[in-house]
Ligand binder design. Structure first.
Ligand code: IMP
Length: 504
């Protein structure tokens, strides 16, 4: 006879937090949101700790290098999408790892043969007064000199005067080697009273410029997530099919952690993938697995060697898995079950395997609920797709700014490897849709506003850390009518365009 799970499957919207006692120390500024990303033994520290418990979904519409950098600056981490060639994915990882905070890759580069008139036109377009001169005018070409507004007199010099005649040649420019860190670069700027400092490779090619005004990146990103070499931390998605070719390229490119991207993780395919990674890399390569929705699935992946386990089937905003296949489970119920299994596993084995709640977060308060229910960190797709830094273009739909957002199982992404059932060919049905999400500006503003809400709610629960939240949170199920009571009701809203559905 089939197994019936007791009770019903609940979603985040069916729960609320009941406030607990908060002392005067419980203020948002005192809240610490650090969270373990990968497994660790009792009494030890995890190899990677997030400063913000958010990771971005392994999706074409979400996790490219630009978003990865912006999220790492806010203390979270991206998993670059795997539905592209291994070489392209590795290139994106390299782009994040080689990004130097505070080093600006110039978009107004000159060649020695350009005229003053052309320089003036470029300056008008970009508003940059310092322009590097490179051999071929390319951003990373061999540096030949620099032109600043001190090098010419626009009204007196002839318009056809060549850059080579008035630039400050590289021999007279103070430059720093590519090995310099930002704090050393800033010291050079201050000691030499410079406005900008070109950073160059050993062969003389230009890396970028550090500007005086960008003086302390760490001061403006106090939460940033860096590796031991002060590079941004970034992860990469893999599948259960081409791991033997893909993983070595990603590891070599510097990926800090991998994650098997699959709609269903309780499978021999995942165990084989994890075994291959352990055989070839031991514990040095960190890899998460999933997705599962119950204790049995968690234990299977934990025993198979996963560094973290992802929870969630069918709850993603673009997901139609439940409609297509009738599999899945309410995200809240799944999460509560799996987190209990994680704690039991920790008690039995002394190994803590972090749990990631993946998909289905609509409101900011859902994030706090998921963390209160036991999630160590959250994976979000729709949420990040809305920001400037996500890979898709901003478009105007019916007079409103939107960003495109499509599922990995949609016909657009064609990521059939995440639905691996051992066949050679793609499945003949889709499990995701192609859609728009309301544009939400820069990631930094959005994340900081969400984090403030999480911190404030944690204070209402008397919790200053995520562990305390898990311990102290008091949750209650709500009835259908109390959902109505919880929104604005029985009033006539003054602004008809007030966002109700997408308020985060
Ligand atoms: P969201 O944050 O609710 O938008 O959910 C994002 C999550 O949905 C991802 O992290 C994946 O686990 C899942 N997902 C991505 N693409 C698809 C799809 O095409 N079908 C079903 N689930 C998907």
């Amino acid at each position: 006879m089939a197994t019936f799970f007791p009770g019903v499957s609940h979603t985040f919207s069916e729960y609320l937090l009941v406030p607990g006692y908060s002392s005067s120390e419980c203020i948002p500024a005192n809240v610490d949101l650090k969270a373990p990303l990968v497994k660790f033994r009792r009494g030890e520290e995890p190899a990677i700790t997030l400063n913000t418990p958010m990771v971005s979904a392994i999706m074409q519409a979400v996790s490219g290098p630009r978003l990865a950098i912006a999220l790492a600056q806010e203390g979270g981490m991206s998993f670059i999408y795997g539905s592209q060639t291994a070489e392209d994915e590795a290139r994106m990882i390299r782009e994040v790892k080689s990004y130097k905070a505070g080093v600006v890759v110039s978009d107004s580069n000159l060649t020695p043969d350009m005229t003053l008139a052309e320089v003036m036109r470029l300056k008008e377009q970009t508003h940059h007064s310092a322009m590097p001169v490179t051999e071929n005018g390319a951003p990373h070409g061999k540096l030949l000199g620099i032109v600043t507004s001190r090098d010419y007199r626009p009204s007196r010099d002839p318009q056809d005067k060549l850059v080579r005649e008035f630039m400050t040649p590289v021999e007279k420019v103070i430059v720093a080697p590519a090995t310099v860190n930002l704090s050393e670069a800033n010291d050079i700027i201050w000691e030499n009273k410079l406005n900008q400092l070109p950073i160059v490779e050993e062969d003389g090619s230009l890396v970028g410029l550090v500007f005086r005004k960008d003086y302390d990146s760490h001061k403006s990103n106090p939460n940033e997530l860096l590796d031991a070499s002060k590079r941004y931390v970034v992860g990469a998605g893999i599948n259960t099919r081409d791991y033997a070719e893909r993983v070595p390229l990603l590891v070599e490119a510097g990926a800090d952690a991998l994650c098997i991207d699959s709609s269903e993780g309780y499978s021999e395919w995942q165990a084989r993938t994890l075994a291959w990674i352990r055989e070839n890399y031991g514990d040095s390569v960190k890899v998460g697995a999933g997705n599962v929705v119950d204790a049995e699935g968690f234990r299977f992946l934990a025993d198979a060697g996963a560094d973290f386990v992802k929870v969630g089937i069918g709850g993603g905003s673009i997901c139609i898995t439940r409609e297509q296949k009738g599999i899945g489970r309410g995200q809240a119920s799944a999460l509560i079950d799996v987190c209990e299994a994680r704690d039991q596993y920790f008690e039995e084995t002394g190994v803590y395997v972090p749990v990631c709640s993946d998909g289905g977060i609509v409101y900011d308060y859902h994030m706090t609920l998921a963390l209160a229910m036991g999630a160590d960190f959250l994976m979000l797709g729709r949420y990040f797709a809305r920001f400037d830094e996500s890979p898709s273009e901003r478009v105007t739909v019916n007079g409103s700014y939107m960003k495109e957002y499509w599922g990995e199982g949609s016909a657009r992404a064609r990521n059939w490897a995440r639905y691996d059932l051992g066949g050679d060919k793609k499945l003949s049905f889709v499990e995701g849709v192609d859609s728009y999400v309301p544009y939400a500006g820069p990631l930094r503003d959005g994340v900081q506003s969400s984090l403030l809400k999480i911190r404030s709610t944690m204070c209402n629960c008397g919790a200053l850390t995520l562990d305390e939240l898990k311990e102290k949170a008091r949750l209650t199920l709500v009835s259908a009518t109390s959902l109505v009571e919880g929104g604005a009701h029985d009033v006539v809203l003054k602004e008809t365009n007030q966002q109700v559905l997408f308020n985060n």
